[in-house]
Design a binder for this molecule. Structure first.
Ligand code: IMP
Ligand code: MG
Length: 182
């Protein structure tokens, strides 16, 4: 039975239902089929970007019907000496991706700045191909170099939470996606 979705509060903000669990799960099945078709016969490695993509990665993996591997990396951001200077470092890659077909799994591509860094870091290990699969994509906010090749939902430039995405670390556990109420 489907739950009745209502307005929720996280910290100081209200969020309204946006994409429900059945829509998310249907889309993940579609993406799983597409990837399973596209990568037949490839040495396929998924790289899931923590924390946000853990739920997407977990559900998507169950829909992949061909042999594959998965590894998890984390973008560690810390402030440099001045407040404007943000340094991002990717940690945790423990898989050899050289000459393999790599698909990056993200929860959302917003400005694309994070993806610029993730992409060039992974590309430096010489995979045979490097593609991006993101559950959500905000084209209006995008100013990056690498658009996602596989997209679940193209959404407006509004803040969302749920299904792995957080607002100040809360809301990741929600199985539906909610949008900031204005
Ligand atoms: P970027 O702007 O594409 O670099 O996105 C960086 C990160 O910001 C994403 O990986 C998410 O973790 C987070 N983010 C971007 N938009 C949202 C949103 O609407 N809700 C929650 N997190 C977001
Ligand atoms: Mg993220």
């Amino acid at each position: 039975m489907q739950k009745h979705l209502t307005l929720i509060q996280i910290h100081d903000k209200n969020f309204i239902p946006f994409i429900d669990k059945p829509q998310i799960q249907n889309k993940i099945c579609e993406i799983g089929r597409e990837l399973s078709n596209n990568y037949q016969g490839h040495e396929l490695v998924f790289i899931s970007i923590l924390n946000g993509s853990f739920m997407f990665a977990s559900d998507l993996m169950k829909q992949i019907t061909i042999p594959c591997e998965i590894s998890f990396v984390k973008v560690k951001s810390y402030q440099g000496t001045s407040s404007t200077e943000r340094v991002d470092e990717l940690i945790g890659l423990n898989t050899n991706i050289e000459k393999k077909s790599v698909v990056i799994l993200e929860d959302i591509v917003d400005t694309g700045i994070t993806m610029n860094k993730v992409y060039s870091y992974l590309n430096s290990f010489n995979p045979s191909s490097l593609k991006i699969c993101s559950l959500l994509f905000k084209p209006e906010a995008f100013k990056g170099k690498h658009k996602p090749d596989f997209v679940g939902f193209t959404i407006p430039n509004k803040f969302v939470v749920g299904f792995g995405l957080d607002y100040n670390e809360k809301g990741r556990n929600l199985e539906d996606i909610y949008q900031l109420k204005e």
